[in-house]
Design a protein around this ligand. Structure first.
Ligand code: ADP
Ligand code: MG
Length: 272
């Protein structure tokens, strides 16, 4: 089970991406980035966050802790922006929280170096979950205490938006040419050899069990939430077996320039 926490103070919206999550303090004295159930992206974005995030964590990638976040819109009444006010009012009850990493920096491929083995694991993982949201324009990775952390998996598992065509959609190539880590010489086939055997039916059952029933209920074409969990599991198991054969990588960049000295020193100081 994911831990349950309750929001006690709404701090501020985060406007960088599309879904406008909020920074909210909770009754366990923690601070969380809350992905709201009332956001336009819908509950499937929350399902994707849980399945992808918890799968990545179990494969050894760094993902901030995810919690079931109970949000009462009353605590957000001080929010002056009317659109955000509407979002908060539409999100009473169960939402998804992610541990807030204080002082983290957005990953910049021109400034931070990434070990090719780690880049390989992340690119393979993104191919597995069909993540189109980790480009150099929008990396959705944070650097915290000098380590790379993965956030924002709401747009992954894209085939779940139409289960009827999910098999065909899932069999398509995964284009990693725009991936934020493509300049670090990823070798996803090597990562597949290490990670794919770990994506067992048991692991997928464990991960999909973490998705709250209410985000899976009434899915057209399925009986129970467990049937939907099974469909996620089967599809991911099939992808784990051969997705590395369908990854398009960017051509190797030979003109890679190191970042200027002043920038490197500044970043290292900030991350010390
Ligand atoms: N766990 C976290 N700790 C610190 N900052 C975060 C965290 N999660 C997200 N953020 C910040 O909030 C921004 C938006 O969050 P994100 O999950 O990418 O949602 P979206 O792109 O849908 O708006 C991120 O780009 C990042 O700057
Ligand atoms: Mg984002």
């Amino acid at each position: 089970m994911l831990r349950d926490v309750t929001g006690i103070r709404y701090v501020t919206p985060l406007r960088e991406g599309g879904s406008v999550p909020g920074v909210v303090e909770a009754d366990d004295l923690g601070t969380y980035v809350v992905k709201f159930s009332g956001a336009a992206q819908g509950r499937k974005a929350l399902v994707a966050e849980v399945i992808a995030g918890e799968l990545g964590r179990r494969l050894g990638l760094r993902v901030p802790e995810l919690v079931r976040f109970d949000f009462d819109p009353v605590i957000g009444l001080g929010e002056p922006d009317e659109e955000i006010q509407d979002l908060l009012r539409a999100s009473g009850g169960l939402n998804l929280g992610m541990d807030f990493l204080p002082g983290s920096l957005g990953f910049d491929p021109l400034v931070f170096g990434v070990d090719p083995a780690e880049a390989s694991r992340i690119v393979w993982f993104d191919a597995l979950i069909g993540n189109v949201d980790r480009s150099w324009r929008n990396p959705n990775m944070l650097v915290w205490h000098r380590n790379l952390w993965l956030i924002d998996h709401g747009a992954s598992l894209i085939w779940h938006h139409n289960w009827k065509t999910a098999q065909t959609a899932s069999a398509k190539a995964y284009d990693a040419s725009d991936h934020a880590l493509s300049r670090f010489s990823p070798r996803p086939a090597a990562a597949a050899a290490e990670l794919a055997p770990q994506v067992t039916a048991e692991l997928l059952a464990e991960v999909t069990a973490l998705v709250p029933d209410e985000w899976l209920a009434d899915e057209p074409g399925f009986g129970t939430p467990d049937d939907v969990r099974g469909a996620y599991g089967e599809l991911l198991a099939a992808r784990a077996a051969d997705v590395h054969e369908r990854i398009t990588l960017a051509p190797v960049q030979r003109d890679r320039q190191p970042p200027p000295e002043w920038l490197r020193t500044w970043v290292e100081g900030k991350n010390a």
